[in-house]
Design a protein around this ligand. Sequence first.
Ligand code: HGY
Ligand code: MN
Ligand code: MN
Length: 408
Amino acid sequence: MHINIKRLQSRISEMGKIGALKGGGVTRLSLSNEDKAARDLLKKWMIQAGLEVKIDQIGNMFGLRKGKNDLPGIMTGSHLDTVGEGGLYDGSLGVLAGLELIETLNDKGIETERSVILANFTNEEGVRFTPDMVGSCVFSGQYKLKEAYQAISMDGSKTSLESELHRIGYKGELHCGDLQVAAFIELHIEQGPVLEMEKLDIGVVENLQGISWTAFDLKGESNHAGTTPMALRKDAGLVAMKIGAYVKTLVNEIGGNQVGTVGKIEFGPNLINVVPGSAKITVDLRNTDNARLTLAEEKLLRFAEKTAAAEGVEILMERLVRFNPVIFDDGICQWIEQAAQQIGLSQKRMYSGAGHDAQMLAKVCPTAMIFVPSEKGISHNPKEFTPIDKIETGANVLLTTVLALVQK
Ligand code: HGY
Ligand code: MN
Ligand code: MN
């Protein structure tokens, strides 16, 4: 049995019109008007596919295709929110391929033993509200709803997650986690170069690296760029830049799979002839090895405190996110491998460098992921691209895997 790739392709491009940017790519920040429009479109498609739509208290959307027996369902899905200036496939591929799987079952009139559940999780990207993956984190009982509600947006609008959920009409009634799930499989673009470099069709994702997000808030003293002697400055901007430059040194010291990114840096008052009195900088550290990730965090903090002290600058550190590495379920990985083999696809076991909702679902049920190649490994960028034949093979592996599990 195969999915209808024309239908899936047209849905990806229709969804891609929401938040579309001139020159390509999309911006659909979590709980923004664009996210609302994407949710509304998915809800329309879910209803047209005969699904029972449920929204939980943190805005996670579920479409239920009932099975013959009242058994825990097989869930698939991902997220529709994107980073700023993101691509067409990150998240939406998993949601729309899950919808396509259901439409294919409908076309063939297939009744299943278990229900099939399609999910769109709230705020996977975490660029407007932290932590990332907050919808699946609350769903899996790893983060308190009340705490999630209080998150304040980081895009300058200074609104709470709860008020935005309410504003867009997706603050649902369903108690978070009140769905019986027997297994979760997420189809996602790899967002890295491995599959394309090794000319492989499918990644069977067996683990996912730990994630640490830290924000430093630095308070020095604004002063005149020309008259203030260097020795008398309290230059918050200098401390931020030193922390930023240190991240590369830190990554080389830790070695292994360690990666480190400075994604945001801001100076205040950010004027050419004023010594920055304030500065903010974020650091994203990731490693498959938790002990090494912890060591990296400790070294970063020590360096930041020492540097701030040496420049007479105050420093505040906020841990925005800390998720341990996750091992996925070997049994589900084997089902994915069998499905890829059955379709005659090349495949390999691999780890995920990116965070995903699957890492949260792994806490509550057997979970694994399917990767399809990303062209030149590019993602979180309008140039993000996966060829349609790879989308088709990935969606067929998802269909074959879910079909095997849902009849058990
Ligand atoms: O940050 C991540 O890895 C994911 O895209 N939220
Ligand atoms: Mn994603
Ligand atoms: Mn992403």
